[in-house]
Design a binder for this molecule. Structure first.
Ligand SMILES: Cc1cc2nc3c(=O)[nH]c(=O)nc-3n(C[C@H](O)[C@H](O)[C@H](O)COP(=O)(O)OP(=O)(O)OC[C@H]3O[C@@H](n4cnc5c(N)ncnc54)[C@H](O)[C@@H]3O)c2cc1C
Length: 390
C-alpha cells in the first residue's frame, strides 16, 4: 500500500446526509418562492414577507436546522465551520433572502450573564434583531479612525455620533455600536433602540438596504459595555474575522446555480444555425467559471477548517474572501453574457444576482483591504508561502 498523507476531502455519511437534507429543503421549500420574491421586489416590496420567513424557519427547525453554528448549550446544532460553509453553499443556490434561524453574532457570547439573557438568547430565539455598527461617514476601511464618542456621566455613558451602511440597522432592536470612550479608546456598547438612537434607510443597488444611525446624547448604562472598556476594536475584528469564509461560501452556491443556468441555456439557444454551446467562445466562459468556482470552494473550506482547528485563520480567510468575491462577480458577468439580452432583463434573476454579488467586493473588507492584509502578512512574515496542512 502506498503511504497516504492525512488529507481527506470526503464527508462522513452523517455530514453527507446533512448536506443532502439541506439541499432538498432548499429545493422543495425555498426555491418555489423565487417567482414570488422577484414579483414582490419588482413591485417595491421586500422579497419575502416576515411571516413567510417565520414559517420557513419553523419548518426548518422541525427538520433540525436551527442554530447551525450555535453551541448546543444554547439549543443550537453546533455543526462547526466546515459544515456551516457547506450549508451556506447550499443556501446560496437560491436568491430567496433566507437563512436558517437560531444564530447570534459571535461577540454576544462575550457578554455577562445578564447581557446574555437580554441580548444573546432573544437574538438566538429570533425575538430580537441586532446590528453591528462600526463604519462611519469618515471611517470605512480606516475603521480605527472612528469619531463616535462616549462620555462618562455618573453610572452612564452618553453617546454622540453617526454610523453609516449598517446592515439591518433600520430593523434592529439593538445595536452593538463602537465608540471612543474617553481615554480608554474604542469600546463596544449594547444600545437598545428605545435608548434613543434613530435610523434612516440608505437605498442601494442591492435589494435590502443598509441604514445610517444617529446617536444624539444617547444615555447607556455602564453595564451595557460589551466585553472590556477600551477593548472594542479587538471585538470588532473578532466579529468581522470569525465568519469571513461564509461570504465566499454563499457566493459559491449562487455561482454554481447560475453556471448551470448558463449551461442549460447554451444547450437550447440557437444562433447562426447552431446551439451556442457549440461555440468555443461560450465553452471557454463555462470552463473558466467552473475552474474558478472549484478553486474558491477549496480556499473557502480551507479557511473554515483553520477556524475549526482553532488556528489563526485571518490570512486564509482574507485569501478566500478576496478570491470568492472576485470569482462570483466574474461568473455572474459571464452567465449574463451567455444569456445575451435575456440576461439583462428582470424576467430572469441574473441581473438581481449581478447587483447583489457586487457588494461582496466591498463589505467586510474591500478587495483592496484584503490584498493589503495578505501582502502585509507575507512581507512581515506573519504568513509564509509553500506550507500545506498548517
Ligand atoms: C450594503 C452594505 C452593508 C454594510 N454593512 C455594514 C455593517 O453592518 N456594519 C458596518 O460597520 N459596516 C457595514 N458596511 C460598511 C463597509 O464595511 C464599508 O463600506 C467598507 O469597509 C468600505 O469602507 P468605505 O465604504 O468607507 O470605503 P473607503 O474606505 O472610503 O474606500 C474607498 C476605496 O478606497 C480603497 N481603500 C481604502 N483604504 C485603502 C488602502 N489603505 N489601500 C488601498 N485602497 C484603499 C477601498 O478599497 C475602496 O476601493 C456595509 C457596506 C455596505 C455597502
Amino acid at each position: 500500500m502506498p503511504w497516504e498523507a492525512a488529507v481527506d476531502f470526503s464527508l462522513t455519511p452523517e455530514e453527507r446526509q446533512i448536506r443532502d437534507t439541506v439541499r432538498s429543503f432548499i429545493e422543495k421549500e425555498v426555491m418555489p418562492l423565487e417567482p414570488e420574491v422577484l414579483r414582490n421586489e419588482r413591485e417595491g416590496r421586500p422579497g419575502l414577507d416576515a411571516d413567510v420567513l417565520r414559517d420557513l424557519r419553523a419548518k426548518a427547525r422541525k427538520s433540525g436546522f436551527w442554530g447551525i453554528n450555535t453551541p448546543e448549550e444554547y439549543g443550537g446544532a453546533a455543526l462547526g465551520p466546515i459544515m456551516s460553509a457547506i450549508i451556506a453553499m447550499e443556501i446560496g443556490r437560491t436568491f430567496v433572502p433566507f437563512s436558517f434561524g437560531g444564530s447570534a453574532d459571535n461577540i454576544l457570547y462575550a457578554g455577562t450573564d445578564e447581557q446574555k439573557q437580554r441580548y444573546l438568547i432573544p437574538t438566538i430565539e429570533g425575538e430580537r434583531r441586532s446590528c453591528f455598527a462600526i463604519t462611519e461617514p469618515g471611517a470605512g476601511s480606516d475603521a480605527r479612525n472612528i469619531r463616535t464618542r462616549a462620555t462618562r456621566d455618573g453610572a452612564e455613558w452618553v453617546i454622540n455620533g453617526e454610523k453609516t451602511f449598517i446592515t439591518g440597522g433600520n430593523e434592529a432592536d439593538f445595536v452593538m455600536v463602537f465608540a471612543l470612550a474617553e481615554e480608554h479608546g474604542v469600546t463596544c456598547f449594547l444600545v437598545d433602540r428605545d435608548m434613543g438612537w434613530t435610523s434612516e434607510p440608505i437605498p442601494t443597488m442591492g435589494q435590502w438596504g443598509p441604514a445610517s444611525l444617529v446617536f444624539q446624547d444617547v444615555r447607556v448604562p455602564e453595564e451595557n459595555i460589551l466585553g472590556e472598556l477600551g477593548k472594542g476594536f479587538e471585538l470588532a475584528m473578532q466579529w468581522i474575522g470569525q465568519g469571513r469564509y461564509m461570504i465566499p461560501a454563499r457566493a459559491i452556491g449562487s455561482s454554481e446555480r447560475m453556471l448551470q443556468m448558463a449551461i442549460d441555456y447554451a444547450k437550447i439557444r440557437k444562433s447562426m444555425g447552431q446551439t451556442i454551446s457549440n461555440y468555443q467562445a461560450i465553452q471557454w466562459m463555462i470552463a473558466d467559471s467552473q475552474v474558478e468556482i472549484e478553486a474558491a470552494k477549496w480556499l473557502t473550506l480551507y479557511a473554515a477548517w483553520q477556524v475549526g482547528q482553532g488556528m489563526d485563520a485571518r490570512h486564509a480567510s482574507s485569501i478566500a474572501k478576496l478570491n470568492g468575491a472576485v470569482m462570483a462577480n466574474q461568473v455572474v458577468d459571464r452567465v449574463l453574457q451567455i444569456h445575451g439580452g435575456m440576461g439583462y432583463t428582470k424576467e430572469l434573476p441574473i441581473e438581481r444576482w449581478y447587483r447583489e454579488l457586487r457588494l461582496l467586493r466591498i463589505f467586510e473588507g474591500t478587495d483592496e483591504i484584503q490584498r493589503r492584509t495578505i501582502a502585509r502578512n507575507l512581507i512581515k512574515g506573519h504568513a509564509r508561502l509553500g506550507l500545506i496542512g498548517e
